[in-house]
Structure formats: structure tokens, C-alpha cells
Design a protein around this ligand. Structure first.
Ligand code: TXA
Ligand code: MG
Length: 325
């Protein structure tokens, strides 16, 4: 953690003035603002270029503050907070009437999370209120996992970014909808379906049409600008050879080792390690002037669900800006 006490102090003063700061969390960096200040929240939407009906997650210092943001008590929420907070789990709950529409996109629910990053927790405690914070990337692009990534995305438009080092988890929090009927996972994350079921019983895995909107559920999201193909190892090696024979510049993102003759990057063969390095690797490979990114498809299994989700969306949205949704 390299943010100085002075920077932390300045960040908190800026939040009180209704400004937007770059804030590290254990998942990805966020663009944070006072969740109870409508103008501050609107500034986040303007910076991200995000449609106003896409709700923001409110970050809070601990579970005792749930009642400030939600309406009624949820036993499931209390159990999950006990089990996983501070940590990468966001819960969608009926909103308290005082939560601004700007935060919830006008929906009857609010997303809440207590992040595990020590710097985020310190800022939350000293600030005293809730912080609305989406991932600190422009809409539809790859989430940032370092302070430098946030700088790349926003430049001088976000002058104050607290540097908390590389994010541990590397992909966004698991989102679970507890607002009605059977709990349902809206966005998979490193906290898995099985882990959640072990605490609260049956949980539905797929988002239904009736569920509240989550922009993480748009098909194309988290996307590099370079076209990207996701392939099992054998097919990837074959494709790499063929593309090179056609004279294409390709970069490979492989598990454990690069195929002979390929350039690119390597990620570990376990889900935590892969998730930790995924976005930084996609950013770095995307920054080169390759024609195509070839990404090795990881193994199946509960631990890998979130990684598959992000890779599928990245491949669906990849390509130059003009072609992306
Ligand atoms: O790990 C994370 O969750 C990161 C860090 C910064 O905390 N934040 C994050 O925020 O990923 P964002 O805005 O990029 O993604 C939050 C997702 C969006 O897809 C949003 O639509 C959904 O949460 N969401 C927020 N409030 C919601 C609500 N009331 N109902 C349904 N979905 C909601
Ligand atoms: Mg996001």
C-alpha cells in the first residue's frame, strides 16, 4: 500500500466535497463518491459514460450499517455478511427509502458490499458514510486492477487515485440477489455458488428475466479492443500456427506455458491465480498492435465459473470501439 496519510486525508476531504476518487478494493479498483450525494453520484456516471439506469454498488464499512441502506431485515443477508464480509460479495436487497434514485437506477433494490481491502476500509471508516463505486473503467471496458490502470482510463479527469497496490482477487465481486424469492446469483465471482449455498441453502445460478438489471450481465463486457478467440489448448496451438502462416500478428494468453513459437503471457492453472492476473494480462496484450488475441480456455468446475463468465464476455465484446455495443 503506497497511499500516504496525507493522500488519504485529502481523499476523504474530496469525498466530503462531492468529488470522485480512485479507490482500491480487493476485487478491482473503484471510482468512489458519496452515495448519499446525488451530484457526486451523477459525476461517476458522467466519467464512466455509463447509462443512468445501471445501478451502482454502495460500499459500507461493516454489516452493522446494513439497516441504513436497506428496508426490512434479511436473515440470509446477515448470515452471508457474517460469513463473507469484509469480502468480495455484493448483496442486492430492498432499498431504504432514503437511498438516492441516482444510485439504484430508480430500482426498488440496492447493492451493498463491505470490501476487504485495508485502504478501502480505512477510507470508509474515516469518511463515515457509504461510497457508491463502480469499477474504475470506461463503460464496457476491462476493469482496472492497479492504480496505473485507473490513470490510463481517466487521466486528469480523476486526479486523486489512492494506490493500494495490485488487487488480490482481480475480478469483480459475486453478486447475489436476495430481494425476492429464491436467492439468485446475478454475477459469478471468486465466492462460489457452492460456498454461498453452504451458508444459506438453495441458490439459483442463472439470472432470470425478472431479476433486477446488472450491467455485468450484458453479453459484451470487460472487453479488449483487439479481437479475441477463446480456445482449448489443442485448438489454440493449431490456430496459432495457422494465423502465423497467414502472416497475422498474434498474442497468446496461455495456462502455465506458452505454445512453442508463440509470444504472449502465461497465467497459473488455478482459478484464484488466473483471476488475479487476468485483467492486467488482457490490458497488456491489448496494448500491443496484434491482429488477434488467442486465449486458452481454462478447465471446468465451480471454482472456474467466474473466470469463464469474464472470458466469454470479453470474447463477445472484443474489437475496435466502433464495433462494440
Ligand atoms: O467488485 C466489485 O463489485 C467492484 C468493486 C469496485 O467493488 N464494483 C463493481 O461495480 O464491479 P460495477 O458497477 O462495475 O458493477 C456492479 C454491478 C453492475 O452490473 C450493476 O448493474 C449491479 O452491480 N448492480 C448494482 N446495484 C444493483 C441492483 N440494485 N440490482 C441489480 N444489480 C445491481
Ligand atoms: Mg464494472
Amino acid at each position: 500500500m503506497t497511499a500516504t496519510p496525507t493522500q488519504i486525508h485529502e481523499a476523504i476531504a474530496a469525498l466530503h466535497r462531492g468529488e470522485v476518487i480512485g479507490l482500491p478494493t480487493e476485487t478491482v479498483y473503484g471510482l468512489a463518491a458519496d452515495a448519499s450525494n446525488v451530484e457526486a453520484v451523477n459525476r461517476i456516471f458522467a466519467l464512466k459514460g455509463r447509462p443512468a439506469d445501471h445501478p451502482l454498488i454502495v460500499h459500507i464499512a461493516d454489516a452493522s450499517l446494513l439497516g441504513h441502506w436497506t428496508y426490512g431485515r434479511s436473515e440470509a443477508a446477515e448470515k452471508l455478511a457474517q460469513a463473507f464480509w469484509p469480502g468480495p460479495l455484493t448483496m442486492i436487497l430492498p432499498r431504504h427509502p432514503s437511498v438516492p434514485d441516482a444510485v439504484t437506477g430508480g430500482q426498488a433494490t440496492v447493492g451493498l458490499r463491505c470490501p476487504a481491502h485495508p485502504l478501502a476500509l480505512r477510507v470508509l471508516r474515516e469518511f463515515g458514510g457509504g461510497l457508491a463505486a463502480p469499477s474504475a473503467n470506461r463503460f464496457g471496458r476491462i476493469s482496472p486492477t492497479t492504480a496505473a490502470h485507473v490513470r490510463e482510463e481517466f487521466g486528469d479527469a480523476v486526479p486523486l487515485i489512492l494506490d493500494g497496490g495490485e488487487c488480490d482477487v482481480g475480478i469483480e465481486s459475486t453478486i447475489i440477489d436476495l430481494s425476492s424469492g429464491t436467492p439468485r446469483i446475478l454475477r459469478p465471482g471468486i465466492i462460489t455458488h457452492a460456498q454461498i449455498e453452504a451458508v444459506i441453502g438453495p441458490v439459483a445460478e442463472q439470472a432470470s428475466e425478472l431479476s433486477p438489471r446488472a450491467s455485468g450481465t450484458l453479453e459484451a463486457h470487460y472487453a479488449p479492443r483487439t479481437p479475441m478467440l477463446l480456445l482449448p489448448r489443442d485448438a489454440l496451438e493449431k490456430e496459432a500456427g495457422e494465423q502465423r502462416a497467414f502472416g497475422k500478428r498474434i498474442a497468446v494468453l496461455a495456462i502455465d506455458a506458452l505454445p512453442a513459437g508463440s509470444t504472449g503471457m502465461v497465467l497459473p492453472g488455478n482459478a484464484e491465480g488466473f483471476a488475479h492476473g487476468l485483467y492486467a494480462a488482457l490490458r497488456e496484450l491489448d496494448a500491443g498492435d496484434e491482429h488477434l488475441l488467442l486465449v486458452e480456455r481454462p478447465p471446468e468446475g465451480d471454482a472456474w465459473t467466474a473466470v469463464h463468465d469474464r472470458l466469454r464476455r470479453a470474447a463477445a465484446g472484443a474489437g475496435p470501439d466502433d464495433d462494440s455495443p
